[in-house]
Structure formats: structure tokens, C-alpha cells
Design a protein around this ligand. Sequence first.
Ligand code: HEC
Ligand code: HEC
Ligand code: HEC
Ligand code: HEC
Ligand code: HEC
Ligand code: HEC
Ligand code: HEC
Length: 370
Amino acid sequence: MKSWSNKILLPLFFFFLFYSVAYAGSYTSSAHGNSSYGVNRSSISGYSTGNCAHCHEQHAMIGGTEPKPASGSASPFCLFADNFSGKTSNPYNQSDNFCFYCHCYTDATSLQTPNFTNYNYSRTFGGYTTSSIYSIYKAFNQNSYHNLYDIWDFAKTNFSSFFKEDSNPCSVCHNVHLAKRNKENPDDPTYSAISKPSDHFNLWTNTMNDYAPNKYQAPYRYSSGCEPDGGSCNDLTIQAQKTPDYVTFCQDCHVYNMSSYGLSHTPINWNTDKHGNAIRSRNERMGQPIIKPPYDVTAVFNYVLSCLDCHEPHGSYSYKYLIRKEVNGNITNVTADTHDDWKTLCLRCHYREHTNKSCLECHYHGSGKF
Ligand code: HEC
Ligand code: HEC
Ligand code: HEC
Ligand code: HEC
Ligand code: HEC
Ligand code: HEC
Ligand code: HEC
């Protein structure tokens, strides 16, 4: 990827001065800009915690030990390292993505002091504390992962109003100058960590209850209570109001046909899937309800699920498809495309298993039986 020319670097430098003032409010209330737990790269001195300089170097080099620039030209956006290497598949090295210099916990050497963790969704919101994923870097280095090159490529075409050649694939879903710590406030989506690609300059704070009023049942957490914070499972509105609207978020991209990226069941249409807005065709089979608690066939005639009830957003252990390790209070084990493996997912919420074929032969997004 090309480096930024001085034509862009110089105005960017002056823009920092302006931007620091103009955006002071939203930036200082973001996780990076916080003066107590925000960015603090220990290799540079003289800058307070949260200062832009921990990520942007207004001069080519501030001093101290730097991964970049090694020889001459500065990195795009004056970042202390290249935003993205363009590597087309994992495993990723720390130097493949700027964010991995801090969001790596102890899976690589972090430049951030003090160090901090980012668990996966199954742990932070699903309560599965046995998970061994402690960092974003590790999350993307699992079997199944959102391919950063494909995300970058897709965003260049479809979100070109803000996403540039030199942009970071993480920036499609996050705005570093706004992102907050939902993990510290799992009951409050206004502490959102994400920005919808089509609305990059705002945090995404809509909830599942906005998307599907009184139709979203939060699944069980691993230990007790329901997602995202362990609250009571008995109210259809309260937990839904705490859960970000991941359907609208993910569908910013997945309404597109992605067969060129190897996804033959796209576009995903949540209006015609039964786990989405389509109404299920039966309540019971042979006297047994088709869904397990906390779902209740007598309470809601058309449940609408969140994408993150089944998927991780970054990566997962599964052989494919970002399947969560913990779903509806128990664990899954999808390491191959087999009947026995897939039923560990489906039977978290269903009683029925039939045939000895892989469930995916008949049940998948868009099949009319999913
Ligand atoms: C210089 C170190 C550093 C770099 C580089 C960095 N971050 Fe962070 N990030 C932090 C710190 C520190 C926090 C606050 C973590 C905490 O207190 O738990 C944070 C928090 C976040 C959060 C809020 C959720 C959370 O973890 O609490 C998001 C989202 C985030 N970073 C995304 C990114 C992305 C995307 C990039 C790359 C474009 C990036 N960060 C680069 C240090 C960094
Ligand atoms: C396809 C969209 C997408 C991409 C690409 C993406 N993220 Fe995320 N990220 C999410 C979503 C959704 C969440 C909120 C759910 C969660 O915390 O698991 C999240 C949460 C986070 C958090 C907070 C985790 C916590 O501890 O609560 C951090 C930090 C983060 N992402 C960093 C990154 C970094 C760094 C990259 C690039 C290497 C990246 N993300 C790429 C969608 C994305
Ligand atoms: C910025 C656009 C974008 C957003 C937002 C996005 N995705 Fe994706 N997703 C992609 C692209 C591109 C691919 C194809 C490349 C790949 O497999 O990683 C993909 C692939 C996938 C796959 C298949 C992965 C595999 O290993 O087989 C799943 C599952 C998935 N996305 C789920 C989600 C979920 C859940 C969300 C919301 C948290 C989401 N996506 C948000 C762009 C996006
Ligand atoms: C956690 C690291 C981090 C911190 C802290 C940070 N930035 Fe950024 N900034 C980035 C990244 C990464 C990009 C590139 C965005 C992309 O990938 O498209 C960027 C881009 C920019 C841009 C280009 C326009 C844009 O929004 O994409 C400006 C201007 C900017 N930053 C100013 C600032 C200022 C001023 C501060 C302090 C108030 C600051 N940044 C703090 C990481 C950071
Ligand atoms: C009930 C669990 C469940 C929910 C909820 C769910 N998915 Fe999936 N998803 C799966 C399974 C199982 C597969 C593998 C079968 C397939 O490809 O459809 C999959 C596959 C995918 C794929 C890859 C499709 C391909 O062509 O290979 C994408 C992309 C995806 N899901 C996105 C989403 C999005 C976006 C949402 C929310 C709107 C969502 N999923 C909700 C279980 C779920
Ligand atoms: C997180 C919980 C959850 C998981 C995991 C899950 N489902 Fe479901 N499923 C539901 C709920 C809830 C409904 C009812 C939706 C409604 O009310 O419209 C449903 C509906 C269905 C239906 C429609 C039944 C009808 O009567 O029309 C089928 C088929 C189905 N699921 C198959 C599967 C398969 C196969 C898997 C595994 C790949 C799976 N489900 C995983 C919760 C789940
Ligand atoms: C050969 C095709 C086929 C395979 C393979 C298959 N199913 Fe089904 N399944 C069906 C059909 C057809 C229905 C009824 C369609 C509907 O109601 O949407 C159904 C319905 C269901 C339902 C909805 C509840 C009910 O009783 O109608 C569940 C749950 C379900 N299957 C789970 C599974 C699981 C779990 C697997 C894998 C272990 C699996 N199925 C494999 C064809 C299949």
C-alpha cells in the first residue's frame, strides 16, 4: 500500500491542532482519550495518558523505541506504524495491523501501559470465563475469522466516503476517536465500542428492542441470568434494551452478495429467515415444544434473534462461520461439518435432532428452513 505524500501529511498536521479542539468532547469521553485508562505508549515520554501522540506522531519520529518509521517516510495518517499490511489471510503478525501493537495483551509485546484484556463475546457478554481468548490479536488468529483483507477490500468499494486505501480494516466497524468500553458497562449500549460502517462518525447505540420490539429474548448467560449482563430473563424488553442492535449493524454489509469472498449463502435476508423476522411454522412436534428455555412458544409467536446469539464478531475456534463457543448458557463444539458437531450448536436452543447428515445440508441462511 502506498504511503501518504507530504501533500497530505502537512495539512493533516495542522488538522490535528484544530481537530484536538473541535472533537475534544467526544474524544475525551472515548476509551482511547480517557485521561486515566486511555492510550499510553510507555516508549514515549512527556505525553499524558489519552494524548493523540500515543498513536499519531506529528513529526516522523518522536523519539524512544519505535516500530516505525525505520527508514524515512512516515506511516499513513502519521500513525506510529503502518495501518494494515495487506496480508490476505491469517495467521497475522503484530506488525500486520496497527491496532495489534496494543490490543494483544500478552500474546505479543504490548506497547500500552498498563496492559489490558479484550475477551471474546462468549466471555464478556456470555459469561463463559473458561475462554482463553484475551486479546483481539489472538481472536483474529483462530481457525475462523473475519478476513481483514476482504473486509478492507469490501469497504474500499462500498464505504468509500470515509474508508480509504490506507485505512485500517478495523476502522470499518470501529471509530477509534469515539469507541467506548461496553465491556465495563455491559448493561448500557450507549457505551458502544462500534460504529456502523454507513455511519462512521457516530457510535452505534441502537438496541435489539429498537429493531424487534418485544420479540428479542436474550439468551442465557453461562453462569446465571441472561445476556448481556446477567440480568433477569423474564422480561422481554429490559435485556433487549441492553443489547446493541447487531442485526442492523452486521446487515450494513451482509445484505450484499459476497460470493466473490466465498460466501455462497449471501446476501443474508433477516426478513425471510425464521431466526429473523419470518414466523416459525410450528410450536411443537410430538407434544414437545421446538425451542428450549428461555424461549417459550406460548409467550412469543415470532422470536427474532441477534447475529451475535450464534456468531463472534472477530474470530472463533470453529472450523468456519465464526460460531460462538458459548451459546444460550452452554458450550458448542463445531470443529467439522458433521451432524454430531453442528448439533452442539442447534441443541443449545432446540430439542430436535433428526437424520445423521450434517444439519447444514438442509438448514442454512436463506434455505427457508433456518
Ligand atoms: C497505543 C495503544 C492503542 C492502540 C494503538 C489502539 N488502542 Fe484501542 N484501546 C487502547 C486502550 C488503552 C483502551 C482502553 C482499554 C481498557 O481500559 O480496557 C482501548 C480501547 C479500545 C476500544 C474500546 C473497547 C475496549 O477495549 O475497552 C476499542 C473498540 C478499540 N480500542 C479499538 C481500537 C482499534 C480499532 C485500534 C486500531 C485502529 C486501536 N484500538 C488501537 C489502546 C490502544
Ligand atoms: C465486522 C466488524 C468488525 C471488525 C472488522 C472488527 N470489529 Fe471489533 N468489534 C465488533 C463488534 C460487533 C464488537 C462488539 C461485540 C464484542 O465486544 O465482542 C467489537 C468489539 C471490539 C472491542 C471491544 C472488545 C471488548 O473487550 O469488549 C475491541 C477492542 C475491538 N472490537 C477491536 C477491534 C480491532 C483491533 C479490530 C481489527 C483487528 C476489530 N475490532 C475489527 C466488530 C468488528
Ligand atoms: C464491513 C463489512 C462487514 C460487516 C459490518 C460484517 N461483516 Fe461479516 N463478512 C464480511 C466479509 C467481506 C466477509 C467475507 C470474508 C470473510 O470470510 O471473512 C464476511 C464473512 C462473514 C462470515 C463467514 C466467515 C467464515 O469464516 O466463514 C460470518 C459468519 C460473518 N461475516 C458474520 C458477521 C457478523 C455476525 C457480523 C456483525 C457482527 C458481520 N459479519 C459484520 C464483511 C462484513
Ligand atoms: C488509538 C489510536 C489513536 C488515537 C489515540 C488517535 N487517533 Fe487519530 N487516527 C487513528 C487511526 C488508526 C486513524 C486512521 C483511520 C482509518 O483507518 O481510516 C486516525 C485518523 C485520524 C485523522 C484522519 C481523519 C480521520 O478521522 O480518519 C485525524 C485528523 C486524526 N486521526 C486526529 C486525531 C487527533 C487530533 C487525536 C487526539 C485528539 C487522535 N487522532 C487520536 C488512531 C488514533
Ligand atoms: C441461530 C444461529 C445463527 C444466527 C442467529 C445467525 N447465524 Fe449466521 N450462520 C449460522 C450458521 C449455522 C451458519 C453456517 C450455515 C450457513 O452458511 O448459512 C451461518 C453462516 C453465516 C454466514 C456465512 C454464509 C455463507 O454464505 O457462507 C454469514 C455471513 C452469517 N452467518 C451472518 C449472519 C448475520 C449477519 C446474522 C444476523 C442477521 C446471522 N448470521 C445470524 C448461524 C446463525
Ligand atoms: C440461540 C438459540 C438458537 C440456536 C443456537 C438455533 N436456533 Fe433455531 N430457532 C431458535 C428460535 C428461538 C426459533 C423460533 C423463531 C420464531 O419464533 O420465529 C428457531 C427456529 C428454528 C427453525 C424453524 C422452525 C419452524 O417451526 O419453522 C428451524 C428449522 C431451526 N430453528 C433450526 C435450527 C438449526 C438447524 C440450528 C443449528 C444450526 C438452530 N436452529 C440453532 C433458536 C435457536
Ligand atoms: C435432509 C434434510 C435435513 C437435515 C440434514 C436436517 N434437517 Fe432439520 N428439518 C428438516 C426439515 C425438512 C424440517 C421441517 C422444515 C421446517 O419446519 O422449517 C426440519 C426441521 C427442523 C427443526 C425445527 C423443529 C421441528 O421439529 O420442525 C429443527 C430444530 C431441526 N430441524 C434441527 C436439525 C438439526 C439439529 C439437524 C442436524 C443435527 C438437522 N435438523 C438436520 C430437514 C433436515
